[in-house]
Design a protein around this ligand. Structure first.
Ligand code: PPS
Length: 293
């Protein structure tokens, strides 16, 4: 494990980023999307892997057992902007996909999405998670992932999150930017981590209706049970245990998978400061999050 990989944050066109996601900018901005591509977009730690896995099983569960047993999720669903020396770029992996549809992951804020996804009117699934749990998950991720900036202590991480100084920028800007996009782009399905926890089957059914798929009730039940946290946690193809940049002894990628874990991290004072700051930054009352279910 090489801790010298740890990058610095810098302002990139108004969004805090690290070079691992900007080095390949020109190439991925020219990505040629196809009309049937499906983009899974999220702020980091909002449920990307969960929804990627659901989509992968919806489309390809029957196709090949090799895919299930030996192809990790980050190869099945390439991370478009990813560019880490020694590993294939997300753009090259996406170009190399032979599936139809191609499933592609991104954490980019809406204004950074390569033009051809819009030109091709691709379907986009956006997943959002309440800011408090999102922050906690992000903190543990930065502790264990050597290609993320150092997390630092919880109290300083907390402050930095409020200031929007996270990789891929401010949580508020991200979730609001994508929410606003829904007004003008109809091929966007906006979903919430909390709803998935509360009613996985119901959320899968809504997703299928967006995608024009019509699985049977039994198929939805089976899928829902295969993607429950405990199953994904023990699945080496889903739990990132094969990716060398993460030290899962520090914190596992599949950590808790809960709504409300923020209560184990936030002090009373932090919670008050958070709520105060949140009120100031909440501009659109139609975008509502639940911090408990
Ligand atoms: S990443 O690195 O941005 O792609 O991470 P991402 O996949 O978006 O988010 C990781 C968090 O999602 C949780 N997770 C799940 N929760 C419930 N059920 C299932 N099946 C599931 N799969 C992933 C994962 O545990 C991370 O959240 P925390 O709160 O840290 O546990």
């Amino acid at each position: 494990m090489d801790s010298t990989l740890r990058p610095e944050l810098f302002d990139f066109h108004g969004v805090m980023m690290t070079h691992y996601f900007t080095d390949n900018w020109n190439n991925y901005q020219n990505f040629q999307a196809r009309p049937d591509d499906i983009l899974i977009a999220t702020y980091p730690k909002a449920g990307t892997t969960w929804v990627s896995y659901i989509l992968d099983l919806l489309y390809f569960d029957q196709t090949s057992t090799a895919r299930k047993t030996s192809t990790p999720i980050y190869e099945r669903v390439p991370f478009l902007e990813f560019a880490v020396p020694g590993l294939e770029t997300g753009k090259d992996l996406a170009d190399g996909l032979s599936t139809s549809p191609r499933l592609i992951k991104t954490h980019l804020p809406v204004q950074f999405i390569p033009k051809s996804f819009w030109d091709q009117n691709c379907r986009i699934v956006y997943v959002a998670r309440n800011a408090k749990d999102n922050m906690v998950s992000f903190f543990h991720f930065d502790r264990m992932n050597n290609i993320q900036p150092e997390s630092g202590e919880w109290s300083s991480f907390f402050q930095r999150f409020l200031e929007g100084k996270m990789v891929f920028g401010s949580w508020h800007d991200h979730v609001n930017g994508w929410w606003k996009k829904k007004e003008t782009y109809s091929n966007l399905h906006y979903m919430f981590f909390e709803d998935l926890v509360e009613d996985t089957e119901g959320e899968i059914a809504k997703l299928c209706s967006f995608l024009g798929l019509s699985p049977s009730t039994e198929e939805v039940e089976t899928l829902s049970s295969s993607v429950q946290f405990d199953n994904m946690k023990k699945d080496k193809m889903a739990n990132y245990s094969t990716l060398p940049v993460m030290d899962q002894k520090i914190s596992p990628f599949m950590r808790k998978g809960k709504v409300g874990d923020w209560k184990n991290h936030f002090t009373v004072a932090q919670n008050e400061a958070f709520d105060e700051d949140y009120k100031k930054k909440t501009t659109d009352p139609t975008l509502k999050f639940r911090t408990e279910v």
